[in-house]
Design a binder for this molecule. Sequence first.
Ligand SMILES: Cc1ncc(COP(=O)(O)O)c(C=O)c1O
Length: 413
Amino acid sequence: MTGSHFSLAQLFADGLPAPAPRWTGFAKYNFIGGHNAPERIPSEGLAAAAGAALRREGASLALYHANGPQGLLALREVVASKLGARGIKADADEVLITSGSGQGIDLVNRLFLNRGDSIIIEEFTYAGALTKLARLGVKAIGAPLDSEGLEIEPLARILANLKREGVTPKFIYTIPTIQNPTGSILPRQRREALLALSREYGVLLFEDECYADLTFEEGAPSALYALDKSRVVHIGSFSKTLSPALRLGYIVAEWEVLSRLIALKRETDSGTGAIDQMAAAEYLGRNFDAHVKGLTGALRDKLATMEEAVAREFGSAVEMWRPKGGIFLWLKFPDGFDVRRLQGPAEKRGIVFNPGPEWAAAGEAAKSYMRLCFAYPSEEEIREGVAALAEVSFAETGIPQLSANIGRAGRSL
Ligand SMILES: Cc1ncc(COP(=O)(O)O)c(C=O)c1O
């Protein structure tokens, strides 16, 4: 065999994701992913917090788990305290710190799902959840959303039809408070109705509150977990509230479930990074409310800038789902329009966005939707980037014909 070409690729396992492209840096107008606002990262506060915690407790880094496998007690206490605002009465023992809430999703999936199982998911949802479910060979059935979140009657019909076929879905994965990507908040009545369906059909509710700290105006009704702990597993994250790079999330569940998740996490990574947990706990333990207030204010301003820019540049060609918090604007282009046609040309102009099919249970059918993250770019970049996107869109598709009430035909690129 000497001299012949040997590629390790022939030894790779089945069912892998496509290879990652090489990192080529950030686009100038970066509207993808779930990045945070760089100007709201409390660098000084975090540095001081990390320093203080390390000086005080640095010796605990000699241990895998200073406070046991559920994660740093001080951070679990921050979680328990912030959950109070979501109506949840939980103490630190009910919390498992995870390496991002993405790991929370993996652990919950691992605990409940077998290949061939069915679950119900919101018609538009977190792309990461969809890819994880596809990889597990699980059938994800989309349930319709309106501007307030999951619609109860169609969901009841889906459950009844499945029951007729002899199928009990394992769980309903829902993002009731600042839905990703639509930004809706599920009203209290619908939460009660969802729990009633969960009781009627014996289905777990898997509640993802990744963005629940970031509501703009009204508060939100209590979390599903607050309403009935016995049928809900609740996850959340510090990615959107503080920083995605810290990789800190959490799961809250009753012990029967939590004890299994702790065992699964132990098998996965032997614990989440302790310095990150220390810094976050030290900082947020003192500054949570002030930090979140500053961050949501900045996000609200950026959203206003983006909504104005989209309205100005795309006019009536695009409908906006007005988010009640969070970091995303979900857009609907005319039926039949395929936003993926814009991806290549937009990227050449330094603009990146998330195409709808990746955020939809029905995939292809959501080709006229687009998700824009407004947290990372500056307001100037938002204005410029949305204007450039409208130029690209017009050049490729003839839509929008009007921008800022001026006909596009004849406008040079
Ligand atoms: C709804 C939802 N859940 C979970 C995650 C995972 O986030 P992380 O692993 O950074 O906590 C995301 C990320 O965007 C998300 O949007």
